[in-house]
Design a protein around this ligand. Structure first.
Ligand SMILES: [Zn+2]
Length: 397
């Protein structure tokens, strides 16, 4: 319906039309009845976790959550190790703006907590952003609940009265996409996402993660509905991109395949040299790999460093933004490579999965990342995931 505003550009390689999918679909469709089995070892925040349809409020490990006794807002959101500890409350108003930072001309970032979702951060455990142009606003990610989506809109309203024209969802994970319904209800917002998002909307993982959030932040999840994107892209990873031109600014939306979720995007804000890299690299916390692909992630990171080496700023899905040479990308890549090397050896030596994961947990080769937030939560599932991917790859050879 709004696809006429989009110019679809084909990049370098002359890929067949079949490789490039852009579809227009109506919004607001209910998720289909789930059929797939739960993904083993996946954490809730990535759409997996407990299989119970109506779970009890969870026991959460405070080491991975938000400290309710301390409200802390860093002075800046670029090139800093200062991590926010924003404490939200159930009775906060929907129209109360969230803290935000101006990180480039007309470019604003919401710098979320580095934590698992809990009742203190209430889903504000990832980043989002927006860019104001003379013809309207482009939003990147929607935060983790319908309420946070409404508060993100209130935040944008504090900066500009211009219409919100696009919401680009970098991927389907709850912390990035569950606020989207607020933008759908606003009307006039074209939602752009990876085509893999449709698989997520039809999965049991969605229902499970919504039920999980409702069990401990029900007020914030009120009004949740799956949002079917208006514009989908995929099928030509790192080779093709969608171009949105608005108010003299150009936004390239790149397909980066399913390296971290059911389908991942990177947004390049061309004139400003800002790249919204989503969860292709993490800053200040350990990545979670269990929902993606090691090979795709490594290929995506190399591509990111090469293609955007002249960029001025990269904004990750978690952690502060960074200027060149973007050490967070190499750091995340090096962790994945270390796991790949470790598990390739383990499989070749005939270690079984359990033994290999136990060894990876203690091995000093992972010491450089041991101090990162969520290491104790994510390293074992990552090790488990990489072992299985490496084993599959060796079998195929
Ligand atoms: Zn994320």
């Amino acid at each position: 319906m709004t696809a006429n505003r989009l110019i679809i550009a084909f990049a370098v390689l002359a890929v067949a039309v079949a490789l490039w999918l852009v579809a227009t679909r109506p919004g607001g469709r209910e998720a289909e009845t789930p059929t797939s089995a739960p993904a083993a070892g996946a954490a809730e925040d990535h759409g997996g976790g407990s299989a119970a349809p109506v779970p009890e409020p969870p026991e959460q490990d405070p080491r991975f959550g938000t400290d309710p006794e301390r409200y802390h807002l860093p002075e800046r959101a670029v090139d800093t190790d200062d991590i926010p500890n924003i404490v939200l409350r159930a009775d906060d108003r929907d129209d109360e703006p969230l803290p935000y930072y101006r990180i480039a001309p007309d470019t604003y970032m919401l710098y979320g907590n580095i934590a698992e979702v809990d009742r203190y951060n209430r889903g504000f455990n990832g980043n989002a952003g927006f860019v104001v142009t003379s013809e309207g606003v482009v939003v990147i990610d929607s935060l983790g609940t319908p309420k946070l989506g409404r508060r993100l809109i209130a935040t944008i309203r504090q900066v500009t009265g211009a219409p919100i024209r696009y919401l680009i969802l970098t991927h389907n994970h709850p912390d990035h996409s569950y606020g989207a319904v607020a933008f759908r209800q606003l009307g006039g917002v074209t939602v752009v996402a990876h085509e893999g998002t449709l698989d997520y909307l039809a999965s049991e993982a969605l229902e499970r993660s919504v039920a999980y959030r409702r069990s401990f932040i029900p007020q914030d999840m009120e009004g949740f509905e799956p949002v079917v994107p208006d514009v989908l892209l995929g099928g030509a990873p790192r080779r093709a991109h969608l171009v949105i031109r608005l108010g003299g600014r150009t936004f390239e939306v790149w397909d980066v395949d399913h390296h971290h979720s059911y389908g991942d995007l990177v947004v390049h804000q061309v004139e400003d040299g800002v790249v919204w890299i989503s969860d292709l690299a993490f800053n200040h916390r350990l990545t979670f790999m269990g929902d993606g692909s090691l090979q795709e992630a490594l290929a995506g990171q190399e591509w990111l460093l090469e293609r955007f080496k002249d960029a001025r700023l990269m904004v990750p899905g978690h952690g502060s933004a960074q200027s060149p040479p973007f050490p967070m990308v190499r750091r995340t890549r090096d962790y994945m490579r270390a796991l790949q090397d470790f598990m390739t050896r383990a499989v070749e030596e005939g270690l079984d999965l359990q033994d290999a994961v136990d060894r990876a947990e203690k091995d000093p080769r992972f010491d450089p990342w041991r101090g990162d937030r969520l290491f104790e939560l994510n390293h074992r599932p990552n090790a488990n995931f990489v072992y299985r991917e490496v084993e599959r790859a060796l079998f195929e050879d």
